[in-house]
Structure formats: structure tokens, C-alpha cells
Design a protein around this ligand. Structure first.
Ligand code: NDP
Length: 295
């Protein structure tokens, strides 16, 4: 019978290892398992129990935290251990698609387990920090049953009974994070080609990013309504701008893929009749995929 204040962590990359460390620091009895066993060594030294195989890992606790590169890796580890799943709450904190999450929830239920999907919204170094939070979706009672332990990692933000909702929220947030950072790197490359180091650019970019709430403030309702009144920055003007960024990237000898992708979207929104609308009318091109993307 597993101890009440216990958890198994499966997957010991940077994120799973950080989770296990935070739980150990908070006196949770932690069992760990990883495909590459050596990655558990430091955690065992810190007080964790090593499970040599997936069935032992599942037997050790009722709460199973899974932190793997993707959902297929979960089946690779647990697919031959399904006899041990009955009664377990699996919290899968791995990145995946909504379809993969729903399939995993069905798979867990078929074996008598409950799967909660979760997406932790901080890097590994900030797990357990007051700023950390986790989108969680699935069976609310299972979350409540284990919220004390899960809350040690980051505040659980319950987003709905459909487990896929955790990934809708998580991936939507990451989309802005990753695409914004890619824009930062594009800017750094552009300024580098003018002989200016990135460290001179970053304070300016920090100011720009801090001003983003101004651009978001009135946009939410308009996006929901799919109305794009010109706000003094028309789509036609913004498209000329992104065209300059694309051509400047090309002539500077850096990769133009990112600005060219934005230009493509803008041009399609113009084709849809939005040239004189606000620049955020590009939302229409995102919402309605072009035929070339569908092919
Ligand atoms: P990775 O995404 O690189 O995942 C590493 C883990 O996946 C290791 O335990 C690795 O085992 C295991 N793994 C990979 N392929 C397989 C396989 N075929 N079978 C079994 N195990 C496999 O590292 P992270 O720890 O950084 O991320 C884990 C999850 O956390 C990801 O889904 C990520 O999106 C999410 N996340 C990560 C953040 C971060 O800052 N790192 C932030 C927020 C979320 P092995 O050691 O044997 O290779």
C-alpha cells in the first residue's frame, strides 16, 4: 500500500528531475523511473527511491507524474505495465496534442486509471516557485484528491473536464512564447548584420515587449467578434512593413522564413478584403486556412 504523501515521477529530463527535487524538498516520498537509469542517480542520492522497471514505479504510489518528451513515450514505458494501472491517477505533464491527450485518457480509463493532462508554465528552474502554475484538465475529483502534492510544483489552474483542454491552453500560451522569442532572434540577427551586438538591442526589445499589453488591451473583444476597425495601423501599411523586413533579411543574408510567413498571412488577409482594416485583421487568415495549406 503506497504511503499517502507519495508520488512516482516517470521521466527524468530537466523537467521531471526538477519536479522530483521539489517534491523531495517538501517531504514527499518520491519514487523515480527513467528509460536511461543513470539519470535517476542524483535524485536517489537526494532521497528518492529508484524503480528499476515501470511496474515497480506504478506500484510505488497512487499518484504518477509523467514528464516525457511526448505522449508516445508514455506508451513506450507503460504499455507493458498496464496490469498495474488500476486505481492510479496519472498526471501527464508532457507536451502533446489534444487528440493524443483524449486517446491517452481513454487508454488509461480502459485500464482502470484516471488521466489528468497538465501543462506546467515555467522552465525547470522555476518549478515550485510562487510564479509557477499548471494548466490541469480532466477529472476534477482526481485533481482535488492530489492537489496538495501537485500544488508543490505550481498552482493548479483547472481548465475543464475534457483533458484535452490542458493542451489547448498550454500550446496556445507556448505559441506566443516561442513565436515571440523567434522574433527576438530575427531582430538580433538583423542588428548583428549592421555590426551592433545583441546586448545593445535587448534593452530596447525589453521595452517593446513590456508595451505589449497596450496592443492587447482592446483586441480581445474585437477578435471574438471578428471585427477589425482600422486603429491607425492598417493591414496594408503593416504588410508593406513586413515586406521590408523580409527583403532586408534576404539582402542581409539571414533567413527570411519568419517575416516571409507573416507577409504570406498578411497578403492572404488582404486578398480576403481586409487591406484597409486594422493590421490585426491577419487573424482572419489564421482562422481560415488557405487552400494551399489544406492541400
Ligand atoms: P525532454 O522533453 O527532452 O524529455 C526527456 C524525457 O523523455 C527523458 O526522461 C527521456 O528519457 C524521455 N524519453 C524520450 N523519448 C522516450 C522514449 N521513446 N521512451 C521513453 N522515454 C523517452 O525533457 P524535459 O524534461 O525538458 O521535458 C519533459 C516535458 O516537460 C516535455 O513534454 C516538455 O514539453 C515539458 N516542459 C518542459 C519545460 C522545460 O523547461 N524543460 C517547460 C515546460 C514543459 P531518457 O532520459 O532515457 O532519454
Amino acid at each position: 500500500m503506497p504511503a499517502p504523501n507519495s508520488a512516482t515521477v516517470i521521466g527524468l529530463g530537466p523537467m521531471g528531475s526538477a519536479m522530483a527535487q521539489v517534491l523531495l524538498r517538501n517531504d514527499v516520498a518520491v519514487t523515480v523511473h527513467n528509460r536511461t537509469a543513470a539519470r535517476a542517480d542524483a535524485l536517489v542520492t537526494a532521497g528518492a527511491t529508484r524503480a528499476d522497471d515501470p511496474p515497480s514505479a506504478l506500484r510505488a504510489a497512487d499518484l504518477i507524474l509523467i514528464s516525457l518528451i511526448d505522449y508516445p513515450a508514455m506508451y513506450a514505458l507503460l504499455g507493458d505495465a498496464t496490469d498495474e494501472l488500476s486505481g492510479k491517477v496519472l498526471v501527464n505533464l508532457s507536451s502533446g496534442t489534444p487528440e493524443e491527450v483524449r486517446e491517452a485518457a481513454r487508454w488509461a480509463a480502459d485500464h482502470g486509471a484516471t488521466l489528468l493532462a497538465a501543462g506546467i508554465m515555467v522552465p525547470a528552474a522555476l518549478v515550485g516557485d510562487p510564479s509557477a502554475y499548471t494548466f490541469v484538465a480532466g477529472d476534477r475529483a482526481a485533481l482535488q484528491q492530489h492537489s496538495d502534492v501537485l500544488g508543490l510544483l505550481g498552482k493548479p489552474e483547472y481548465v475543464g473536464a475534457d483533458p484535452a483542454l490542458a493542451m489547448h491552453w498550454y500550446q496556445a500560451m507556448l505559441a506566443t512564447f516561442m513565436i515571440t522569442l523567434t522574433g527576438v532572434y530575427q531582430s538580433a540577427a538583423m542588428i548583428n548584420k549592421a555590426g551592433v551586438p545583441a546586448k545593445e538591442l535587448m534593452p530596447r526589445l525589453s521595452e517593446l515587449l513590456a508595451s505589449m499589453p497596450y496592443f492587447l488591451a482592446d483586441t480581445a473583444q474585437l477578435l471574438d467578434d471578428r471585427r477589425y476597425p482600422d486603429d491607425g495601423a492598417s493591414l496594408a501599411m503593416m504588410t508593406a512593413g513586413i515586406d521590408h523586413i523580409t527583403r532586408m533579411s534576404e539582402s542581409a543574408g539571414i533567413d527570411p522564413t519568419v517575416p516571409a510567413a507573416v507577409r504570406t498571412l498578411n497578403l492572404r488577409a488582404i486578398d480576403m478584403g481586409h487591406a484597409q482594416d486594422g493590421g490585426f485583421a491577419v487573424y482572419e487568415a489564421i482562422m481560415v486556412p488557405g487552400t494551399e495549406e489544406r492541400a
